[in-house]
Ligand binder design. Structure first.
Ligand code: MLT
Length: 210
């Protein structure tokens, strides 16, 4: 069974009573500290749970293995996403969090992993704000899970060479087909969290009342 000791992580308690928890998943080469400012900007009162990906790719932390840029080891992704889901459940108990009010946010490899959590562990999260996310299972059609009640914000760059806009739109339709309420925001830039996208995500988070 996965415990909180299985992932190096940062936990910051909620600054406001009854605030939700934001699970933060960093991009390739970053660590558990990278997205803390984004988390505070997105959801100022929320508890922050920020683990570190356990795959080492030439010294860079990741959430799952890839064969080369843009080509994922989907079996590894499935196994490691299950382990991460176990960590989230363990942390929910250890830090006395409301299991019905956990929202994931991630960038790039972390956004793909957040998308995999939604599609493979549909009852774990009530929402997601994902930046530069694509369809994580790549050639495979995800199972017909029920994501009704799940709110998702996707921020994607139409000129992103890493996560193409087609991949981002495919993810949006996979989530919508399974009942999620998806807001897709496209910016003209590349593989980044564009400032205007973060503003849109913040407004979305506030509107969503998690
Ligand atoms: C991934 O591997 O998840 C994506 O290609 C993004 C990246 O981390 O470079």
């Amino acid at each position: 069974m996965t415990t909180t000791d299985d992932f190096v992580h940062v936990f910051t308690p909620a600054a406001e009573p009854d605030a939700p928890t934001l699970l933060l998943l960093h991009g390739t080469g970053a660590d558990e500290n990278d997205l803390l400012p984004l988390g505070r900007a997105l959801a100022p009162g929320a508890a922050l749970l920020s683990p570190r990906g356990k795959v080492d790719e030439n010294g860079m932390n990741r959430w799952f293995r890839r064969l080369r840029e843009g080509v994922f080891d989907v079996e590894d992704l499935i196994t490691r996403t299950a382990e991460l889901a176990g960590f989230v459940t363990a942390a929910t108990r250890a830090y006395d969090l409301d299991p019905g009010r956990i929202v994931v946010s991630g960038f790039s490899n972390g956004a793909n992993t957040g998308a995999a959590l939604l599609l493979l562990h549909p009852r774990l999260l009530c929402g997601a704000a994902l930046f530069a996310a694509g369809a994580p299972l790549q050639g495979r059609e995800p199972d017909p899970v029920d994501l009704s009640g799940t709110r998702v914000f996707l921020g994607s760059g139409v000129s992103d060479p890493v996560t193409t806009i087609d991949q981002a739109r495919l993810l949006a339709s996979q989530l919508e087909d399974r009942g999620a309420r998806v807001e897709e925001h496209e910016h003209p830039g590349g593989h980044q969290v564009a400032p205007e996208t973060l503003d849109q995500a913040r407004a979305w988070f506030e509107r969503s009342r998690f």
